[in-house]
Each structure stands twice: as structure tokens, then as C-alpha cells.
Design a protein around this ligand. Structure first.
Ligand code: SF4
Length: 438
């Protein structure tokens, strides 16, 4: 057993799951720092005596990873490597009674809205004056900007409303203050995130205000790139597209999870949109924002999905030629509407369908990438790795999309800087090029 009682408490925050969890961990991190705690994020050093795990409870794989992480640190506590272990986030929100019974080594479990209680438990005060002030854990030149919490949508497969509650928009003023704080600390790129970013303002201002929010953020000095994530297709605020088209510092990029396209599946999934309106929306996005890159996410093997539905989806992906695409295999989640249906698509069929869609997408991505050879693009450099400086164009979001690689022997760029790159060659997902001196 390590003796630490004399030394200052040191906290190690472990974040699992999505970008919204990253923002929650950053708020926790900032609050602890402001209370004079030593804090680390995702440290593999074992010098912290308190560990806080911010869990994910979305789908099977994510839940398993969260449970394994809790067990790993529960064992570390039993071995005397740490003194206190706390668990928060979506898995804890969703399964608190079960977790308390199954893994009692955890000192305390917290829900997704219990930051003040968590801070009190570790001996810190919740500092209201810090709201909007956030130390980020991503590279300093980009940051996630959470514009709202929760979701009012009834999607059949989704447990997020169970874990995150109803949709609550942040006010314009709060978001503007947060952006100014981030820009002051060197952030150049803002990734707008929410459960449903297109719902923004409906609860607070009585109407969809995404277009106005984009304008307000775009007007703030020092914001180079604004990137829109988690747009929802139904009742899409088309006026936001005009703001995206007219503003230089709004990336010609949109992440809009469509999940499926067949009439039958859109109904079963309770997506509130038809096949034709989905196809029309994709076309409208491209017409109103020329050159925009569209990222989407799909689900394979949802209950009720027939071979015909799947073939319809595959044809849609082939015809729509999305720039970026991810696909999940359906995960049967209790507490959701789909959780009451029969999970009638065998797991191997789910995986076959997902693989088939990704194969189509790989071909499309290769063709799109090939068409970019010879062009010049503004690239934001994120890191140096394996003899390359690695960055992204405005068509690529961190962690999920394609990258641009320039040889570090022949080029020099500073991490966090923009540079113009001429594309010289392409692979299925990544591009290679050389820096054009400015
Ligand atoms: S929009 Fe649908 S999929 Fe997204 S968080 Fe809300 S309920 Fe879940």
C-alpha cells in the first residue's frame, strides 16, 4: 500500500465515448484545476491517488469498454495503487444500481448531470464563474464546442435520451463567451457538437436558431474554422446552409447521420423523414453549399431490415457518393423502442451488410481522393508522426475523417498552423502532398 496521505491529491481523469464526453471531462478538469488540484487527463503515469472515469453507455462495444476500464481501476485500487475511484458519465447514469452491486470497489457513482456533487465528493467546490471557461484536452488549435445537451428525438435504437435527458440549448451569450475564451487560449477550429445540433434554439428561443448561432460564432475574431456535426435530417433548418455558403470561416463540411434510407426502415427507426425527403435534402445541401463535403453515419441490421431494405441502402450509398461515411452494426439496447422488437437480423448478416457498405464507400473515397490530385488546399496541421506532418483540409474532422500527409524531410510546418498543400498523390482515404510556401 502506497502512503500518500501527506501529499496533495492528484486526479487522473479517464474519458470514454464521444466528443460530448470529452467536453464534460474538460469541464471537470477545469473545475479541479481551479480548486488547486493536480489533474491529469488519460495519464498512464500511476502517480494519481484519485481516478475518475467518465463512461460511455451508448452501445454494446462502448459499454464493454467502460466496464473493462472500471474493473481495471477497481483492481488497481484493491492493489493499493490508487486510493479513490469514482465513476461518472452515461454508463453510470444508465446502470447505476447494477454497477453499485457488481463493482462495489468504486467509491461512488455519479450521473451525467452530477458535476457539482462529484466535485464536492473529492473535496472541491463547483465554481459557477468558470462556466464557459474550459481547459481543453484536444490539441490546442481545435476544440469541441457543445451547443446543447440531451435530445427530444424518438429514434428507435437510441438510448442517449435515457442517459442525457431532454434537449437543453446553451444561450447565445454562453456559447459566445465560451468561444472567446477558447480563441484567447489559441483555438482556431471549433467543432460544433450536440446530440442534435439542428434542434438548437427551439427549446430556448421557440424557433430553430442554428443559422443565427453560426453567424454569431463566425463573427468572433480569431475563429478560423467552424465545423458542424450531428445535424439531424428531419426539419433541417435550410437557412443554416446559406450561412455556411457565405461565410469563409465555416467549413464546407457537414456531419449528418442519416442512419438509413429505405422507407420501411425510416419508419421502423422513427426517424421522422421519408426516403424522398432524405434524397432531396442531400441534393439541396450540395446545391446550396457548392463543394461541401458530407459525412454520414448508417446502421446495418436494425430489427425489421430486409434484404431489400439493405439493397436500397447500398444503392443509395452508391448514388449519393458521400465524402465520408461510417456504419455501425445494430446493438440491441434495453429501454429503447427497438429494444422491444425482435433482434431478427443475425449478427453475421449485420456485419456482412456493414462490410459491404464500407467496401462501396472505400471505392468512392478513392475516386474522390484521386480527383483532388493536383489541387491546392488549406490544411491545418495536427501532429508529426512517422516522418510526416499530418493535417486536415476543411473537408476532414479530427479523429474520424481523412488526413493529408507531407514528408517531414522535405517540408516544415508548425503543429497547429495552417499551410497550403498541393496534393501529389492519393490513397483510398488519405492524401499526400507538399507545402506551397506562402
Ligand atoms: S437524434 Fe436520435 S440518434 Fe441522435 S441522440 Fe437523439 S435520439 Fe439518439
Amino acid at each position: 500500500m502506497k502512503t500518500r496521505s501527506l501529499k496533495k491529491d492528484k486526479v487522473n481523469i479517464i474519458t470514454l465515448g464521444c466528443s460530448k464526453n470529452i467536453v464534460d471531462s474538460e469541464e471537470l478538469y477545469s473545475q479541479l484545476k481551479a480548486n488547486d488540484f493536480e489533474v491529469d487527463h488519460e495519464s498512464d503515469k500511476d502517480d494519481a491517488n484519485i481516478v475518475i472515469i467518465n463512461t460511455c453507455g451508448f452501445i454494446d462495444n462502448a459499454k464493454e469498454e467502460s466496464i473493462n476500464t472500471i474493473v481495471r481501476w477497481a483492481e488497481a485500487k484493491q492493489a493499493g495503487e490508487i486510493e479513490k475511484l469514482y465513476v461518472t458519465g452515461c454508463l453510470s447514469q444508465r446502470y447505476m444500481p447494477e454497477l453499485q452491486k457488481e463493482i462495489p470497489e468504486v467509491d461512488k457513482y455519479f450521473g451525467t448531470t452530477h458535476l457539482p456533487q462529484l466535485l464536492k465528493t473529492v473535496g472541491a467546490d463547483y465554481k459557477h464563474e468558470l462556466v464557459g471557461e474550459r481547459l481543453i484536452t484536444t490539441p490546442s488549435h481545435y476544440a469541441y464546442l457543445k451547443i446543447s445537451e440531451g435530445c427530444d428525438r424518438p429514434c428507435s435504437f437510441c438510448a442517449i435520451p435515457i442517459m442525457r435527458g431532454k434537449h437543453v440549448s446553451k444561450s447565445f451569450e454562453q456559447i459566445e463567451a465560451e468561444v472567446k475564451g477558447l480563441v484567447k487560449n489559441g483555438t482556431k477550429e471549433l467543432l460544433l457538437i450536440a446530440q442534435d445540433s439542428t434542434f438548437y434554439g427551439l427549446d430556448l428561443y421557440g424557433e430553430r436558431k442554428l443559422a443565427e448561432l453560426l453567424k454569431r460564432i463566425s463573427d468572433i475574431n480569431g475563429v478560423d474554422w467552424i465545423r458542424l456535426h450531428y445535424a439531424y435530417p428531419s426539419q433541417f433548418p435550410l437557412e443554416a446552409l446559406d450561412v455556411m455558403a457565405e461565410r469563409e470561416n465555416i467549413c464546407k463540411y457537414i456531419d449528418i447521420p442519416l442512419q438509413h434510407v429505405s422507407e420501411n426502415m425510416l419508419k421502423i427507426m422513427r426517424r421522422g423523414i421519408t426516403r424522398q425527403r432524405t434524397v432531396d435534402l442531400v441534393q439541396t445541401i450540395r446545391e446550396r453549399v457548392p463543394g461541401i463535403a458530407i459525412r454520414t453515419t448508417l446502421i446495418a441490421g436494425h430489427p425489421g431490415e430486409t434484404q431489400k431494405d439493405f439493397e436500397d441502402l447500398a444503392e443509395f450509398v452508391t448514388q449519393s457518393r458521400f465524402d465520408r461515411l461510417g456504419i455501425f452494426t445494430y446493438s440491441h439496447e434495453e429501454g429503447t423502442h427497438a429494444g422491444t422488437l425482435i433482434d431478427d437480423v443475425p449478427q453475421d448478416v449485420k456485419e456482412e451488410r456493414a462490410a459491404a457498405i464500407m467496401e462501396i464507400q472505400q471505392g468512392i473515397s478513392a475516386e474522390i481522393n484521386k480527383s483532388r490530385v493536383g489541387n491546392e488546399y488549406k490544411v491545418l496541421f495536427d501532429r508529426k508522426e512517422g516522418g510526416y506532418y499530418i493535417g486536415r483540409t476543411e473537408f476532414d474532422s479530427p479523429e474520424v475523417d481523412n488526413e493529408v500527409l507531407v514528408d517531414a524531410k522535405e517540408n516544415f510546418v508548425r503543429i497547429g498552423d495552417f499551410a497550403t498543400v498541393k496534393i501529389e498523390s492519393a490513397e483510398d482515404f488519405d492524401l499526400y502532398g507538399k507545402v506551397i510556401p506562402s
